[in-house]
Design a protein around this ligand. Structure first.
Ligand SMILES: [Zn+2]
Length: 258
């Protein structure tokens, strides 16, 4: 397996008969990623589908993305600012008029910790934005190397608990909020599938807003390689959909009754 293969897992293990499929479109969704571009890899097709059906799509990015380059001489502050602009553009491409807020916690890339400070800030974001569905990294994915992805996943899960229960972080100036469902992408044992057949192109357009990542993450420094990247993403979504008779799908672990 590759250590840096972002997005969707290829080998779901849960018996197909046990899978749920295609949640009703929620009124609003909040996707929480470690870095700019994680959300688009993890659930860009689904967010585009929901936005097209009226869902307001919010983003929360935990780190500044300042290590996302192979250029050892880069100005990291400039890179972080550029990546915020790219994330805002990606959110606009995904959701159009239904793009909601794009927020940044600003922790240093590579140094994200799932401690109380960050958990409180994630919980506050959930309480302020009041999403029906929250989406994030699966923190329990086996053999995951990048610590930010693991910690961002823990922050999503623990932030929901803190957001929903009134006695956590009582200093918050807003009411507690209990989302209806949590979807974890890059799931270790996915059990939920979403048909994104009509939204592969939108997912790709949003991914391609992250131009600073073309060299390091997309491996797309010229038009031919960009075409190969598009084909890789589309092929993977096709492989994930095939067992469910969908032409393209994104898969998740679904946790509901929160
Ligand atoms: Zn990432």
């Amino acid at each position: 397996m590759a250590a840096n293969d972002p997005g969707q897992p290829l080998h779901p293990s849960t018996e197909l008969t046990d899978w749920s499929r295609n949640l009703p479109t929620p009124a609003s969704a909040l996707a929480i990623g470690a870095h700019p571009d994680d959300v688009e890899f993890g659930c860009g097709g689904l967010l585009a589908k929901w936005a097209a059906d009226g869902c307001t799509v919010h983003h929360l990015v935990c780190t500044d993305g300042s290590k996302g380059t192979w250029d050892a001489d880069v100005d990291v502050d400039e890179l972080a600012a550029r990546r915020q602009d790219e994330q805002r553009e990606a959110a606009r491409r995904l959701a159009g008029a239904n793009a909601g807020e794009v927020r940044f916690l600003g922790y240093v890339d590579g140094e994200l910790d799932s401690g109380l400070d960050a958990r409180g800030r994630v919980a506050l974001t959930i309480r302020e934005l009041r999403p029906s569905v929250v989406l994030g990294h699966d923190p329990w994915k086996r053999y995951r190397l990048h610590p930010d992805h693991r910690h961002a996943g823990l922050l999503v899960c623990e932030g929901i608990v803190a957001a929903r229960d009134p006695h956590f972080f009582r200093e918050h100036p807003v009411e507690h909020h209990r989302p209806d469902a949590l979807l974890l992408w890059e799931a270790d044992e996915p059990d939920h599938v979403e048909d994104v057949t009509d939204f592969v192109a939108t997912k790709l357009e949003a991914l391609e807003a992250h131009q600073s990542q073309f060299e390091s993450t997309m491996k797309a420094v010229d038009d031919a390689e960009l075409d190969e990247f598009r084909a890789r993403v589309a092929d993977r979504l096709g492989l994930l959909g095939a067992p469910h008779s969908m032409r393209a799908a994104e898969v998740f672990t679904l946790i509901d009754d929160l």
